[in-house]
Design a protein around this ligand. Structure first.
Ligand code: CP3
Length: 346
């Protein structure tokens, strides 16, 4: 069951709207290729997808960064594209290139997806979570996650990562009804998936909207805010005690509407949002998370120290969770991660 009353969790304190000093810290993609112990396990499996679907190994990889670093949360090791896989779309991660899916191009292809098989295909992630929870000290929360419908749809439609998400944007403009059917399916499946993760032990949830920044305001409201609001509503109805973090990457000033309208408990801020603006416009509304440039963590040195200090000065006296503004880079030196955590916890 969910680890809902974790005594002394700094992350849960911040998520409930209270400053925690020092602030909690976790890092997006904290398990991954920058860790030699991750690369070792990764080399034993044929593909990244196999790793995600093998609970014993996925749990081990989830726990690796917590053995090394004084982090305030674990995040289950999986991927946002597990949801299209669960819906029956073919999925492959090509070495050095990224994900490849058999593209969903129209309403006919949406109708061929198979929501009835999704829960069975998601079961390995639930088992990973249960294993992680059984192996962590009782005050460490485990974060479950999914991709936001818009971001997941962009991969489903393009069949791969893309620079500008043009095909999904064009479909949404030309045929909002059929694109809406895809988004509705993702709302339903993602809400069930998040609740399944809660039942398996997740005590915090994050919704990754990595491509929120490619939409103008009306489409941002329709395809990012509204589907996220519906997922949060569903999660709150069945698991009211579980806080939800939303990460609308690239939203710029639309982050304020996102914070007001989706019902999330915290907002993940990307690297481009100014600290002073986050403190003035967002933090009075809800807890904020972010937003160190992952490349600054690669670079290290005095520039890293100065930015960490500036971030803590700007946001540390309100509800705040230290994180990166996007996922950690594979070339990140471990010593820089150690330094970052020391500075935040000093
Ligand atoms: O944060 C964590 O430690 C949990 C694990 C996690 C992964 N992906 C593991 C992963 C999480 C939370 C994600 C989210 C995810 N996946 C997002 C949203 C966040 C973001 O980065 O914008 C997106 C867009 C994806 C889709 C995805 N997965 C892409 C485009 C790629 C290829 C690019 C790359 O970094 O290789 C992946 C692969 C992936 N997901 C890896 C990891 C550790 C690397 C694969 C490997 O180890 O071989």
């Amino acid at each position: 069951m969910a680890r809902t009353s974790l005594p002394g969790s700094a992350l849960l304190k911040a998520l409930s709207g209270h400053p925690s000093i020092p602030p909690p810290i976790w890092l997006m993609r904290q398990a991954g290729r920058y860790l030699p112990e991750y690369r070792e396990i990764r080399s034993k499996v044929a593909s990244f997808l196999d790793l995600c679907l093998t609970p014993e190994l996925a749990a081990e990889v989830t726990l690796q960064p917590l053995r090394r670093f004084d982090l305030d949360a674990a995040i289950v090791f999986s991927d946002i594209l597990i949801v299209p896989y669960a819906l029956g779309q073919s999925l492959e991660f090509v070495e050095g290139e990224g994900p490849r899916l058999d593209p969903v191009k129209d309403g006919g292809a949406v109708a061929k997806l198979e929501p009835e098989i999704a829960e069975a295909r998601l079961a390995p992630v639930y088992e990973t979570l249960a294993r992680v929870c059984a192996n962590l000290p009782c005050d460490v929360p485990v974060i479950g996650f999914c991709g936001a419908p818009w971001t997941v749809a962009t991969y489903m439609v393009e069949g791969r990562g893309s620079k500008d998400q043009a095909e999904a944007r064009l479909w949404a403009y030309r045929e909002p009804e059929t694109f809406g059917q895809l988004v509705d399916l993702l709302v339903e499946t993602s809400a069930e998936y998040l609740l399944g993760q809660v039942r398996a032990g997740a005590s915090v949830l994050q919704i990754f909207d990595s491509w929120a920044g490619s939409l103008p305001e009306d489409e941002f409201a329709r395809w990012c805010i509204e589907p996220t609001r519906r997922i949060v509503e569903r999660v709150n109805a069945s698991a009211p005690e579980i806080p939800v973090i939303g990460f609308p990457r690239g939203s710029g000033p639309l982050a304020v509407r996102y914070a007001r309208e989706t019902g999330v408990d915290a907002i993940g801020c990307d690297t481009t949002l100014p600290l002073e603006w986050i403190g003035r416009e967002l933090q009075p509304l809800l807890a904020v998370q972010g937003n160190l440039d992952p490349l600054l963590l690669v670079a290290g040195g005095p520039a890293l120290d100065a930015r960490v200090e500036a971030t803590l000065a700007a946001l540390g006296s309100g509800p705040f969770i230290f994180n990166l503004g996007h996922g950690i880079q594979p070339e990140t030196p471990i010593a820089h991660v150690e330094r970052l955590i020391r500075l935040v916890k000093a």
